[in-house]
Design a protein around this ligand. Structure first.
Ligand code: ZN
Length: 261
């Protein structure tokens, strides 16, 4: 009888240990993501599609964390599941290789249906006013437009992605100034080299034209945002057409051989 009780006790303890271990190992539920999030990411986000299984799982956790920290509000537009996923993807892609990155300078994304009306054409506006990092009273906000955010992910034939562009401005802003030099993530020893490369490349674009969007010549902040879009959207093309820019962006974003690793 005593032996039976001892066996039962041991079995009970084993079950208890297994249950506790399972509970500890069980990842946090992705409660900010819609049921079909894998399908949406797979269909629309090339960056995600090219990750391995572990990378995909990590990406899903990162976008879930982003959505739990940042509110997305539709203004005259519905922020649908797809929009939330794409905005979060645009936020995470540039910082995917930087562990524990948090957009502490962002609380809310305001999503407008299409290009802004003229009233928004005041501070820090971007080409065709497709997106804007807020300043002044809106300093913890970002304005994006639904149409442009979607186009950035749907159209894979160009080098543009408005969401990535605006989040790169936020990464740049983290050191206090939006100037094309993201000092928080770029090692100090490369700063002068990067500044020099930005100026030479901007000059070359002005003189000879380029497949880099002319908007990049506006200033160094826009140069950094525009070439970053290109880097994350068409890494192979950027590597072959502008190897120096490509290698510096690899250093900045801590990516490996390709932008997807
Ligand atoms: Zn910009």
């Amino acid at each position: 009888m005593v032996l039976v009780l001892q066996i039962l006790l041991v079995l009970f303890l084993i079950i208890l240990i297994v249950l506790i271990a399972f509970r500890i190992r069980k990842p946090k539920p992705l409660d900010q993501l819609p049921e079909n999030y894998k399908e949406l990411l797979h269909d629309y986000v090339t960056f995600y599609r090219e990750l391995d299984e572990a990378g995909k799982e990590h990406f899903e956790q990162r976008i879930d964390q982003f959505l739990s920290a940042v509110k997305i509000t539709g203004i005259h537009a519905e922020a649908e599941d797809l929009d939330r996923i794409l905005i979060a993807a645009g936020a995470i892609i540039p910082v995917f290789a930087i562990p524990d990155w948090q957009y502490i300078n962002l609380h809310e994304v305001l999503l407008y249906p299409g290009a802004f009306n003229e009233e928004f054409d005041q501070h820090g506006t971007d080409r065709n006013i497709a997106g804007m990092v807020g300043t002044g009273a809106l300093q913890y906000a970002m304005v994006l437009t639904k149409w442009q955010v979607r186009q950035g992910f749907i159209n894979n034939n160009d080098t543009r992605n408005t969401a990535i562009h605006e989040f790169v401005h936020l990464v740049d802003k983290m050191d206090g100034t939006i100037d094309g030099v993201p000092e928080i993530i770029l090692e100090r020893k490369y700063i002068d080299q990067w500044k020099q490369l930005m100026h030479t490349t901007m000059q070359q674009i002005r003189i000879n034209g380029s497949d880099i969007d002319m908007y990049a010549t506006t200033n160094t902040a826009e140069f950094f945002a525009v070439v970053s879009e290109y880097f994350f959207k068409q890494p192979d093309l950027l590597q072959s057409n502008h190897p120096d820019v490509f290698h510096m962006l690899q250093r900045i974003y801590k990516t490996g051989k390709t932008a997807y690793t």
